[in-house]
Design a protein around this ligand. Sequence first.
Ligand code: CA
Length: 231
Amino acid sequence: MQSIEPLVILIEDEPQIRRFLRITLGDHGFRLVECTTAEEGLNRIQANQPALVLLDLGLPDMDGLETTKLIREKSSVPIIVVSARDQEEQKIRALDNGADDFITKPFGTGELLARMRAAVRRASSKGEENKNQIFTADNITIDFERRIVMKGDQEVHLTPNEYDLLVVLVENPGRVLTHRQLLKQVWGDQYTNETHYLRVYMAQLRQKLEDEPARPKHLTTEAGVGYRFRP
Ligand code: CA
């Protein structure tokens, strides 16, 4: 009988982390294929067509950025990078180049599983044409066709840049978007270093949309990396 549990390819050279993930993921409905080098991982991705890739950034044969780029040349499989605290820069570059999310060692099981499920869900809903022109999360509603945003039953007036920034975030629910990705999509290629724009505009969006702007529930910050819309 064919298993319907999502197949995960884990590319990680540390035996202890592999053992931890083997036990954890097996208990929570994922099948795991373990690889210890980037090269082996790349071959397996092509051969096995996984639902998700967990990619350690500290591999013996290739750096995380290069591995991400090579995976992306062949596959749109969601990639979650697993990084150590001292790999911030590599992590951000991997995200800029097509990784979907990250988790930092040491990580908790609950957080990892939530990230994995969200990434698999996003990927599987991507194929379906989104005919729904209305987005709703909590008390926030966006009518994409008419470019109208409501909070509860009140219309919220957003500037064009605020609106564009909000739309980029909600179109990737639960996914971290880097400063560079957001700046590029909303302001354009020449503005990818202007992270202060994001601070200003995110503060404005929170002021207009969050119940408690100082403690945002939906428009959340990933320190040093970017922002995320939590539905
Ligand atoms: Ca490693």
